[in-house]
Design a protein around this ligand. Structure first.
Ligand code: SF4
Length: 261
């Protein structure tokens, strides 16, 4: 089991990986090894293929190009890439939610055979959060009204989403300070895709507003390091890391992929 401890701290995952290896089943770890060395520019976030004038890349050592065809420098490319990753993640999760809301609507309308509201009290509690009166209303009617109210949260008719009341006060205070209180689910993801496109918002500070004393670019680099499990910063990276073998690949795989199998 030794070698699989490098891949996951979870014993179940280690057992599964061992079984996969014995059965000749390919896992993410096998595919990962075949991808090495991965592109150092992509790992640092300084490559871009947002538009068809690219792909472009910035030389982090100042010897090669410092701007993409559109004029974007390393800061704006990193900011766009990070913001787009976040928007893609938010869109993925929010659309799971949209499916559920649509099913709830269909249940209320009697158009979803096989589905029922299994916890009417929970439905009523949630309806109250959306200021929907539950007295003298049937479960089906409440389901329809709640689904319609939730659909509104995806749009842009409101100034903030309804379930903001569930967010801790400290977090809301920070969001207000940064002016990032979510207004509508679709609105935020669409706006991020729009603003990060070529020729729209070319200021990394407005894409990723600073939250304190720390400079935005430093924050982005720190996020990348932590998120990807990379143990080095841009300034510590050698030319070989970018153009040849990134240093982390010479040891064990990164934490980011440690649970994938
Ligand atoms: S958006 Fe700019 S940096 Fe990105 S691919 Fe297009 S031209 Fe290159």
């Amino acid at each position: 089991m030794g070698e699989f401890r490098e891949y996951s701290i979870c014993r179940d995952a280690q057992i599964t990986l061992k079984k996969a290896a014995e059965d000749g089943v390919e896992t993410a770890w096998d595919r990962y090894q075949k991808q090495l060395p991965q592109c150092g520019y992509c790992e640092l976030g300084v490559s871009c293929r947002i538009c068809v004038m690219g792909p472009c890349r910035i030389d982090p050592f100042g010897e090669g190009p410092q701007r993409g065809v559109c004029g974007a420098d390393a800061e704006i490319i990193v900011a766009r890439n990070l913001a787009r990753m976040i928007a893609a993640g938010a869109a993925s999760h929010s659309d799971h939610g949209r499916d559920l809301v649509e099913v709830l609507y269909s249940v209320g309308k009697g158009n979803a055979p096989g589905y029922t509201v299994k916890d009417p009290e929970k439905l009523k509690r949630l309806a109250k959060e959306y200021s929907i009166g539950v007295d003298n209303r049937g479960i089906e009617e409440i389901a329809v009204l709640l689904a319609e109210a939730m659909m509104e949260d995806y749009g842009m008719k409101k100034s903030e989403i309804t379930l903001l009341g569930r967010v801790p006060a400290q977090r809301i205070e920070l969001w207000k300070k940064l002016r990032v209180v979510p207004r509508g689910i679709d609105r935020e993801t669409s706006e991020m895709m729009h603003r990060t496109h070529m020729g729209v918002d070319n200021d990394y500070v407005s894409i990723l507003p600073p939250s304190g004393e720390e400079q935005p670019l430093r924050r982005i680099r720190r996020f990348h390091d932590r998120h990807r499990g990379i143990g080095y910063h841009l300034r510590d990276t050698t030319a070989r890391d970018v153009r040849g073998k990134p240093r982390r690949h010479q040891g064990r795989p990164c934490q980011h992929s440690r649970t994938r199998a």
